[in-house]
Design a binder for this molecule. Sequence first.
Ligand code: SAM
Length: 195
Amino acid sequence: MNKETNEYDYILNNFDLKNKRILDVGCGNYINTLKFLAKRPKLLVGIDNKQPNAKLKTKKCLFIRSNCEKIPYKKNKFDIVTCIRVFPYVNIDKTIKEIARVTKNNGIILISCHGIGYYFSEIFKAHKLKSILCILNGLVYHIFNLKFKKVDSFQFKYKIVKILNKYDIETKKETIFKKYGIFKVLFMLYCKVNK
Ligand SMILES: C[S@@+](CC[C@H](N)C(=O)[O-])C[C@H]1O[C@@H](n2cnc3c(N)ncnc32)[C@H](O)[C@@H]1O
């Protein structure tokens, strides 16, 4: 199991970001996204549907309020696209389709997912009913391909890989960040685009 529990630190330590055009999908308040600047990317963009637009003094770094199911960039713009802890809240198929579109051929995609263990561990903390609903929503998603957006849901690797393959994205490696018993809490997929 990997000791780095923050996916951003893991990416920083394991991938060459220098002179790359990077997009962080669902960047939140972008505190984590900004870590990538240390590696001097050519361009760093974060998008999130709940955060305001922001531009840093340097032209090569900006944050845009936008829905990741419709990314406001032309195709083949980015060398690296990251999507960290966002899948519980979005239409995964539409988001992966958009990520595939804006990533260059041979570009890298890094996706962090919530395993079923994430919600199992939550049951034993404060949010019992909510966690049970999230697990049920995840099961409905995996069995019937229906996802109720108002409730979060876990992801199984096989399902995500199937969608990735549909959009010509090949999975190279899985990194597990945390486990709860035998269940994955957080795992990351390192993928390459073959258009
Ligand atoms: C758990 S936070 C993760 C933030 C960041 N990736 C991190 O790990 O620090 C999930 C983020 O996804 C964003 N999000 C949810 N649905 C979205 C959508 N349809 N388009 C863009 N961002 C979305 C939320 O606003 C939230 O900031």
